[in-house]
Ligand binder design. Sequence first.
Ligand code: C5P
Length: 214
Amino acid sequence: PSTTALIVAAGSGSRAGGALPKQYAMVAGKPLVAHAYAAFAGHPAVDEVVVVIAAGAEALAADALGAVRTVVGGATRRESVARGLAAVTGERVLVHDAARPFVPAAVIDRVLAALDSADAAMPVLAVADTLVRDGAVVPRDGLARVQTPQGFRVDALRAAHAGWPAGDEATDDAQMVRRLGGSVALVQGDAMLDKVTHPDDFAAAEARVTRETR
Ligand code: C5P
């Protein structure tokens, strides 16, 4: 089946500080968003890459990525995915946060393989730390951190977005498919996929990729 990668990069990136929105800040020699772009564009199972950018970021995106297919996003991540989805032509879509720059090909492989028998698939990592809520320990059995890329049968994701109540802001897409009764497979994630959110995360991300490619 044909596969489109949809990279959402339309956030303000304001928590990361800095003069540029974080998706265009330099990490390991390239703008942040260019890393994920290269991972999908270079993966043999990905036929097309669409990048969702903020209104007014056209020049920044062109500088960072060259001539790529872009779509203008919305006020929330959910809206940005919905707008990007309208431009997707494949039967499968991989929705990925630009804020997770380093995408191992093996994770893409696992997500796509799981879609043979599920509507959606997401990479997860078990939680290693003790977790507390308001100081009280929350049992961590069965808890996992959810990453992207999340894979979908395009029909299933379109249906989830179409049936979604306005104003309910899901932070990822697999939970939307699941809430509407779709099947969601879990596959092994990778620490390389951790999100770059705060200023300190840039240094950590850079150290990860340097270690990995040495
Ligand atoms: O804010 P957060 O880190 O959860 O955003 C995850 C991803 O969603 C980021 O790559 C960000 O650029 C994207 N996003 C978007 N449109 C928005 C908000 C976030 O494309 N309105």
